[in-house]
Design a binder for this molecule. Structure first.
Ligand code: F6R
Length: 610
């Protein structure tokens, strides 16, 4: 949801900003812009609607001067349609300030009206411009106090990068409920929404907490508490390499990330399973006593992470017999949920910054629930605000459509369910070891499915012109069909729906006609025959059918147009295998349709607005 970057150092700033923005483009790609302070002390701004490529062309023709200080922005439009005018950076009317912003200023209408009454003329429809105009209005010659006075007026979520022409050797950074890091380097410093923008230059960062702000110069970074006092922070070291955030020869990040799944799963599970099969959940302090006192578990998440929660419901209930509710975070936060201290709230999020998930977490916390989060981005807000954190070690996920984060989240759900089942004495050694061994085998089994990618690519070509698709399944197969359907629709723009297979005949089957494609997930052996009946029902009405089947599936006659086989494993772990060919299928269908796979229209990777 918008990416921001800032640089101060000895080097020509424009290429550095453009390169950083390209790495942040997954956060939003409606428009982009940069501001620099040029040699005669003026702020020079260039912006362009569209992708960074457009901005790059404009910068090439407009930039005559070399500058070593600047800020940049790539936008996911909220207030005001994508246009040059609404692109960031936004300047104050007097030309003194330039601001880039990620987040939403909730009270911008009131602030804007007040400023307009005082004669300020706005150049855009954005909420962000209010910040630039307020800074100019409250300016007292001292940046620290001007920023503090401005922040007092703002409500909402914001990370900001600020340039002031009176201070041509410093950039100011502010964080409040939107992600922001500061990258530390010799003779140069950075601010960015995300490490990926700066990992090429440095692996040492500061993570600002809510309300904190910072002054960056070429040689120094000073950090201030919301009260204005200078504070010291620990430097965080990033342990992954720049290659992790590059395509490495793949046409798209999405395919690279699918191919990385065996390794990502191995990294996530290996440190957590001891040689004797016991589970070691680093980062959680949930005691056996606390688990025994749990009356309910509520999972809150959005999108694919919510789909992981749907798998979690089946797995956790099956193994622990603790009731599990799975809520869309955006619904949970407004539904007056029945939660108390005997409830464990599990928040699942790749980015750790999703606004609704964060709000749901806070809601559950305020009602006394313990918060356990499953998060990919280390030090993110959701991780910071949780009592217990389980990190997925998936590495950076750049493609907007999640794949390896989804798969690693699943593995942590299995481990957590087993851990709790053992604490509750609800599982015998035989089943425990069977499931642990199944989890251990996942990297190898996932790799074996990925070897079939060329066959799936061939099959996908057949569906390049598809208009509607349905994914059906029962139980865990249903939970996975939700993800398979989302994967297809979000990157290929094919209308797709997921249905519990038994529910189809309660209305939706009327949409099935000659040629409609129905993909049935049939990996739950217990329910195989039931789903086979549903396949027959849709085939009888003209549907073209695809079945995803486990190699151990019962020997029942299954007539369908295409079969995709996956290796067999313990029934509860099956989602991790059956999702893989469907991620590939979504990818290859989108490829055949020449879609913008890594950056699908209207989407952004990290949804930090409500
Ligand atoms: C779909 C997808 C989204 C995210 C959702 C939550 O492929 O990636 O549905 O799962 O926006 O994001 P996080 O996990 O960052 O909270």
């Amino acid at each position: 949801m918008c990416g921001i970057i800032g640089y101060i150092g000895d080097n020509d700033v424009a290429p550095i900003l453009l390169d950083g923005l390209e790495r942040l483009e997954y956060r939003g790609y409606d428009s982009a812009g940069i501001s620099t302070i040029n040699r005669n002390g003026d702020i020079f701004t260039t912006k362009a609607k569209g992708k960074i490529e457009q901005l790059r062309k404009k910068v090439k023709s407009e930039y005559k001067d070399i500058s070593t200080i600047g800020i940049g922005h790539t936008r996911w439009a909220t207030h005001g349609k994508p246009s040059d005018r609404n692109s960031h950076p936004h300047m104050s009317m007097d030309g003194r300030f330039s601001v880039v912003h990620n987040g939403i200023i909730e009270n911008f209408s009131e602030l804007k009206a007040d400023l307009q009454n005082e004669g300020v003329i706005f150049a855009s429809e954005t909420d962000t411009e209010v910040v630039a105009q307020l800074l100019a209005k409250l300016y007292d010659g001292d940046m620290r106090s001007t920023i503090m006075k401005t922040l007092k007026k703002l409500k909402g979520a914001y990370s900001l990068g600020i340039l002031c022409k009176d201070f041509p050797n410093e950039i100011w950074a502010v964080r409040n409920a939107s992600p922001l890091i500061i990258g530390l380097c010799e003779n140069q410093n950075f601010l960015a929404s995300d490490i990926t923008a700066v990992v090429k230059y440095t692996k040492s960062i500061y993570q600002l907490d809510d309300g904190e702000f910072a002054r960056l110069t070429r040689d120094n970074v000073e950090i201030f508490a919301p009260t204005g006092e200078k504070i010291s922070k620990n430097i965080v070291k990033i342990d992954w390499d720049v290659s992790a955030a590059e395509k490495g020869g793949y046409q798209h990040f999405m395919l690279k990330e699918i191919m990385e799944e065996p390794e990502a799963i191995a990294k996530t599970i290996s440190p957590r399973i001891n040689d004797d099969n016991s589970i070691n959940l680093d980062g959680i302090n949930l005691t056996a006593e606390q688990i025994k006192n749990l009356k309910k578990i509520c999972v809150v998440a959005c999108g694919s992470a919510w789909h992981v929660g749907m798998v979690g419901k089946y797995v956790i209930e099956e193994l622990t017999r603790i009731p599990v509710e799975v809520d869309l975070a955006s619904e949970f936060r407004y539904r007056n949920p029945i939660i108390d201290e005997n409830c464990l709230c599990i928040a699942i999020s790749q980015s750790g910054e999703t606004a609704d998930t964060l709000a749901a977490l806070r809601e559950a916390k305020s009602r006394g629930a313990r918060i356990l989060s499953i998060v990919n981005v280390v030090g993110s807000t959701i991780a910071n605000e949780s009592d217990d954190v389980l990190y997925t070690w998936a590495g950076p996920e750049i493609a907007v459509a999640t794949t390896k984060a989804y798969s690693t989240q699943l593995t942590l759900v299995y481990l957590l369910a087993l851990y709790m089942a053992q604490a509750l004495d609800k599982i015998d050694d035989k089943e425990y070891n069977e499931i642990i061994n199944a989890i251990r085998s996942l990297p190898e089994q996932v790799a074996s499915i990925l070897e079939q990618k060329d066959e799936i690519k061939e099959l996908a070509k057949r569906y390049a012109y598809l208009e509607h698709a349905y994914f059906i399944g029962r139980n865990l197969d249903y939970a996975v069909s939700l993800e398979a359907s989302l994967k297809l629709k979000e990157i290929s723009y094919i209308h797709s729906e997921a249905y519990a297979a038994g529910e189809l005949k309660h209305g939706t089957i009327s949409l099935i006609e000659e040629g409609t494609v129905v993909c049935a997930l049939c990996c739950c052996d217990r329910l195989f025959e039931k789903t086979v009946s549903n396949i027959k029902e849709v085939a009888a009405r003209g549907a073209e059918t695809i079945a995803v089947i486990s190699e151990s599936s019962p020997n029942v006659q299954l007539e369908c147009d295409h079969k995709i086989y996956v290796p067999s494993t313990h029934e509860l772990i099956m989602p991790s295998l059956e999702v893989i060919p469907l991620q590939l299928m979504g990818y290859y269908i989108a490829l055949a349709r020449k879609c913008n796979i890594d950056k699908p229209r209207n989407l952004a990777k990290s949804v930090t607005v409500e």
